[in-house]
Design a protein around this ligand. Structure first.
Ligand code: ZN
Length: 217
């Protein structure tokens, strides 16, 4: 898995710990956690903060001056202290970022209660070279680059597929990898460093570099 794909997954771990993900995203993270000890470690590190949030008193959500749940600040500070102690570890920086994301998500959710912030999805048309592949895609314009949310089935089970976003200069920029699930439906999020305004399309290629699926925005 590429760093970009991994970063995307890591960013969802906070929401995963708080049980805020939909069933498809949850399944995708479950599948990844089964094979990634690093992400399991990050998730374990996030649990104290997530548990503190889960124990927040819902009656206080309507208070004019919201108060964080007891123990939250301590839990996050403890995460930061632990991160400093282990700053030589490869995963320490993403773990700290994820802990901050939990805190930030808490803040947003608190002020905008009860609905979570909407994610602006932009549907794009896709073409598949193989009629067995059925897929749809949406784009999410993040500040760090465009995310491709790919839903579909028919990608050969167990095969690794790579995803590239094409920028306006024609360069192919890696956006991550996924493993085909055969006839079982899958949803995966693929993150690139190409801003939405500079992204012209994306493509999915198989292990031999053959184009399996593509989209021109
Ligand atoms: Zn991982």
């Amino acid at each position: 898995m590429t760093d970009d794909a991994h970063r995307g997954l890591r960013e969802s771990l906070g929401a995963y710990a708080l049980d805020l993900l939909g069933p498809h995203e949850r399944l995708a993270i479950d599948a990844h956690l089964a094979g990634c000890a690093d992400c399991r470690t990050v998730l374990a590190e996030l649990r104290p903060a997530a548990d503190a949030l889960a124990s927040a008193d819902p009656d206080r959500l309507g208070d004019p001056v919201p108060q964080p749940p007891p123990g939250l600040a301590e839990a996050i500070l403890e995460r930061v202290r632990a991160e400093r102690r282990r700053s030589w570890r490869r995963w320490a920086r993403p773990a700290a970022a994820a802990a901050v994301a939990v805190a930030a998500g808490f803040g947003v959710g608190w002020w905008a209660h009860p609905a979570p912030p909407d994610v602006p999805l932009e549907p794009v048309a896709v073409l598949a070279a193989d009629p067995a592949v059925r897929a749809s895609a949406d784009l999410v314009p993040h500040t760090w680059g465009v995310e491709v949310r790919l839903s579909g089935s028919g990608f050969a089970a167990g095969r690794v597929y790579r995803v590239f976003v094409t920028d306006s200069a024609g360069a192919r920029v890696a956006a991550g990898e996924f493993i085909g699930t055969g006839r079982s439906p899958m949803v995966c999020t693929l993150n690139s460093s190409v801003p939405r305004a500079e992204a012209d399309g994306f493509e999915v290629v198989d292990g031999e570099g053959g184009r399996v699926l593509w989209s021109d925005f």
